[in-house]
Design a protein around this ligand. Structure first.
Ligand code: SF4
Length: 354
């Protein structure tokens, strides 16, 4: 926590800096050029640590860093380990806001689910985060901080995949997301291949088109209804960017660079999982190389929706598979600690379980 921060503090986050912006800073401050990559090494290639611990930096550089940047390390007000090995942890920032991140082991992979906002304004009707409303956007450094923290938890088992499927709509925080992706993928930063990163969106079409031209990350589109009248109700963003516009954009998504577009579909019993819904999906995907990921709804208190049975989910999947659409069912992880898809709300910090 940065106890000295006031509401009119205009400093940016230290871990939001690129090598280029650090070079500008060192020049402005009159420090040697190599200090920029030295600082980058401390903030991106080591565990999260306060500036005071960066012992190879001269005292003058450390003092200047704390004067010019927000250098706080996120607090860790809780973390929980599920019976299936999924870990949910909280990050608390200097203004007290809390977000959730989830580390999911599956086969040989270790996936980190990252939050891009505290809360969310998109109001998807099946999502616990939506009940919070948008609290604020995260800084790039707060996004990167979740990864550094996760690396500490997973020491000895490197993270293999990074998905922006935690709290918030990443494309609604576009500029900061882009900086975070630059830090994640740069050699001076976290050195992650863009092929290992997936940004999931409800379908903010202009930002989606920008992301495709400005990065090489994978895209996942949260769909959850295949006709406008139903999607308008479940995902209000559809009133701004209806299905025809969204699917048109997906067709132009710069393939074959990404080969297939992934669509996520939260299945709500009796609402969007009927034979008609399967047929609408097949029609919607006509002429497009897609991967469909079915996610049986994970209930949370007061949601008003139910999870379809495993048998019904399988039938729905097989109906779509029979039409030649690559379709998988996501097995939920971390349901016992409310860490599964759509359950993230950081309503109350979980107990610390090491
Ligand atoms: S599903 Fe994603 S975009 Fe929709 S309300 Fe939840 S966090 Fe926001």
């Amino acid at each position: 926590m940065d106890a000295g921060r006031t509401p009119d503090d205009r400093r940016t986050h230290l871990r939001s800096q690129t090598l280029e912006s650090l070079a500008v800073w060192t020049a402005k401050r009159g420090f040697e050029d190599f200090r920029a990559s030295q600082v980058a090494g401390w903030i991106y290639n080591r565990p999260l640590a306060p500036v005071e611990a960066m012992h190879t930096l001269p005292a003058a550089v450390r003092a200047a860093l704390t004067e010019d940047f927000v250098c706080s390390v996120p607090g860790l007000p809780g973390n929980q380990l599920s019976v299936d090995g999924t870990r949910k942890f909280l990050s608390q920032f200097e203004d007290g806001r809390i977000v959730e991140s989830v580390i999911i082991p599956r086969d040989e992979r270790l996936t980190l689910c990252i939050s891009a906002q505290a809360g969310c304004a998109m109001d998807c009707k099946f999502c616990a985060t939506a009940t919070l409303g948008l609290l604020r956007n995260l800084e790039a450094g707060e996004i990167v901080g979740q990864i550094l923290r996760a690396r500490e938890f997973s020491a000895g088992h490197p993270l293999t995949n990074y998905v922006f499927m935690g709290m918030g709509e990443p494309l609604a925080n576009y500029d900061r997301l882009l900086v975070a992706i630059e830090i994640m993928t740069a050699r001076w930063g976290l050195g992650i291949s863009p092929r290992r990163i997936t940004v999931s969106t409800v379908g903010l079409v202009p930002q989606l088109e920008r992301l495709v031209t400005e990065t090489n990350v994978n895209i996942a589109v949260s769909l959850s209804a295949a006709r406008d009248e139903l999607r308008d109700r479940l995902m209000p963003v559809n009133r701004r960017y209806p299905l025809a516009e969204l699917m048109g954009a997906c067709k132009r998504l710069g393939l074959p660079k990404r080969k297939r577009v992934t669509f996520e579909y939260v299945m709500l019993a009796g609402v969007n999982d009927t034979k008609r819904d399967a047929e609408d999906l097949i029609r919607l995907f006509h002429g497009l190389a897609v991967k469909l990921n079915l996610i049986p709804f994970n209930p949370y208190p007061g949601s008003g929706f139910e999870r379809p049975s495993d048998e019904h989910t399988r039938d729905f999947q097989e109906r779509i598979l029979a039409a030649g659409v690559h379709t998988t069912v996501r097995t939920s992880r971390g349901r016992d600690i409310d860490a599964a898809c759509g359950q993230l709300a950081a309503a109350s910090p979980p107990r610390d379980q090491g």
